[in-house]
Ligand binder design. Structure first.
Ligand code: ZN
Ligand code: ZN
Length: 296
């Protein structure tokens, strides 16, 4: 009886609670990560970006091979199993090339509009479909889709919000739709298409029908269009603009960055401006609320 009493009141020793500390430490390593995004590839031959925040990780498009996606994730100490979702903008191959293998090997949920989903090689049980303009949550992220103007059925792009900040993407759009401007106003960080320099495209080697397609309302944003929209977003609070989906034939990183930087000068505030690498993992882009930054 006496011995039992002693057992019950045995003082707590470090070895009893060490696993709790270890669990808490490991949990915090992942869950206290700031909101940040990376691009894995960005061009007409393949697009994929990662956004992670508060234990949620989403892939925006899977236009490179599943092997390259896994390699990029490994460089960030992640595996494809840890993805909460793949969000697809549209079904062109430079945005979905790796999707079939990725979803065959890993049961990652895929979000796409009904118009896009019809063309996706994804098991039905992994597909979550919606209409353009729909809002939904993926883990810690509030997601809003908006219509883009592109020659692909049901094409959209997305804005993501968390208590830590907001991120938006606009690529593959012939012009900036009203929905894009309304939805992306106020984002802290922006991934923005600067596909071509109009002079380079018009004087370049592309056949006439391809030039017309790219320049049309269903094509891609030029450097000039990107510059104008970047200024709009910076005036609304964006402080990180990463230019994306550059054409290899009709643009250069220097031309795109120069066109946008020149326009942003009139905003009169510091902005992190860069160009997403064509085929490698980008630097980390940490996202913070404009209000949080202002308080520092
Ligand atoms: Zn594309
Ligand atoms: Zn496209």
């Amino acid at each position: 009886m006496g011995a039992r009493q002693n057992d019950r009141f045995r003082p707590v020793v470090l070895s009893d609670i060490a696993p709790l500390f270890l669990f808490d430490y490991c949990y915090k390593l992942w869950y206290d990560l700031p909101m940040e995004f990376y691009t894995f590839a960005s061009s007409s031959s393949g697009n994929a970006a990662l956004l992670r925040c508060d234990g949620t990780a989403v892939l925006l498009d899977a236009g490179i091979s599943a092997r390259r996606i896994a390699q990029s994730l490994a460089a960030l100490h992640m595996t494809p199993d840890e993805l909460d979702a793949v969000l697809v903008t549209h079904a062109h191959s430079d945005h979905v090339n790796g999707l079939a293998t990725l979803t065959k090997k890993y049961a990652v949920p895929v979000y796409a509009t009904r118009g896009t989903a019809n063309f996706l090689p994804v098991p039905a049980e992994l597909l979550h479909t919606f209409e353009p303009g729909a809002a939904f949550a993926v883990g810690a992220l509030d997601v809003r889709s908006f219509r883009t103007s592109h020659d692909a059925a049901g094409s959209v792009d997305y804005r993501f919000d968390s208590p830590e900040g907001s991120f938006g993407a606009l690529t593959d759009s012939g012009y900036v739709t009203d929905e894009a401007a309304e939805t992306l106003a106020g984002v802290d960080a922006l991934l923005l298409e600067a596909n071509h320099d109009i002079d380079m495209l018009q004087n370049g080697p592309y056949p006439y029908h391809l030039k017309r397609r790219i320049l049309s309302d269903l094509g891609h944003l030029s450097n000039e269009a990107a510059a104008e929209f970047a200024l709009y977003c910076v005036r609304a609070g964006a402080r990180d603009v990463l230019l994306a989906h550059l054409s290899a034939e009709n643009n250069t990183p220097a031309a795109a960055e120069y066109a946008v930087a020149r326009r942003l000068q009139s905003a009169g505030c510091p902005v992190r401006l860069g160009v997403a690498p064509k085929a490698e993992l980008s630097e980390a882009h940490r996202i913070e609320h404009t209000l949080v930054r202002a308080a520092r």
